[in-house]
Design a protein around this ligand. Structure first.
Ligand code: 2AM
Ligand code: CA
Ligand code: CA
Ligand code: CA
Length: 258
């Protein structure tokens, strides 16, 4: 196995065990608001510490970019970390959230894991070596039309986000697809596209740490990732679209006049 992926898996397992225990021992959870509709807990912070500690034991010189503690170190190799993706679900006792870890070298993602600790599902990928769920090879679905597609999305919950623009896209897509899910962990939405459980996923306003790992897992499972207009996706893009290649075309065609 890719050496970086091995360490990412180890870090995700360690944080995942910690988060799953805390989920079942709810008195230990202390949550705080970071802004309107935006929460963090002591569990997010401790999970992030455990991930960074695991990485540093093997790669003390690598740089870190993590949601709760920001940037540390300076290196061509950067570990992009969301220690708990789906904190709102976690805090509500809804068992759907994940840990997202990506390894980036000179701007290119080379290894990635998204781990769901409640289902014990480890989604992973290494650049050029495909994507796996636990030890099973992943492949995106082959639904080519929206009419056969189950899509996932995230609503614009952040202050200042353009709800009416979002709803224009929703209105263009929703009548044509099977249904739309809003499950609350963007990293897991991407992993589910890679697994063919979902046919596509789109959202606005995500951050690099939400999508860095999931995007590589989708691509290595044969899927496409871009922004909502079909332009190259970077962690700084204002929107993301991920889908199997056939549906990807139909999706872009459907929203091209918005
Ligand atoms: P987080 O749990 O790491 O903050 C999907 O909309 C993404 O937005 C999630 O992956 C989640 O990442 C983030 N998010 C933050 N606040 C949210 C909220 N109130 N509702 C839904 N998602 C939220
Ligand atoms: Ca957050
Ligand atoms: Ca997140
Ligand atoms: Ca988070």
């Amino acid at each position: 196995m890719n050496a970086y992926k091995t360490i990412a898996v180890r870090a995700a397992n360690r944080a995942g065990d910690y988060i799953a225990k805390a989920f079942n021992d709810r008195d230990r959870i202390i949550s705080q608001s970071k802004g309107l509709n935006d929460f963090v807990s002591n569990i997010d912070e401790q999970a992030e510490y455990l991930i960074i500690d695991t990485i540093k034991k093997s790669y003390p010189d690598h740089a870190i970019f993590a949601e709760e503690s920001g940037h540390q170190g300076n290196s061509d190799t950067v570990w992009v970390i969301d220690p708990l993706d789906g904190t709102t679900n976690f805090l509500r006792g809804i068992p759907h959230f994940s840990i997202s870890i990506a390894v980036r070298q000179k701007g290119k993602t080379v290894a990635a894991v998204v781990y769901d600790p409640m289902q014990d599902e480890m989604f992973s990928a290494a650049n050029g070596s495909g994507a796996q769920l636990n030890n099973k090879r992943l492949r995106v679905s082959n639904a080519k039309k929206l009419e056969n597609a189950l899509l996932a999305t995230g609503f614009p919950f952040r202050e200042g986000q353009d709800l009416s623009k979002y709803l224009e896209y929703f209105q263009a897509l929703y009548p044509h697809c099977i249904d739309m899910r809003r499950a609350g962990s963007a990293a897991l939405d991407l992993a589910y596209v890679a697994a063919g459980r979902l046919d596509g996923f789109w959202e606005f306003g995500l951050s690099d740490w939400d999508t860095a790992a999931g995007a590589l897992i989708v691509k290595e499972a044969g899927g496409m990732v871009s922004d909502i207009k079909g332009n190259q996706y970077t962690g700084d893009s204002a929107s993301i679209l991920a889908a199997n290649p056939g549906l990807f075309k139909h999706f872009l065609q459907t929203v091209k006049n918005i």
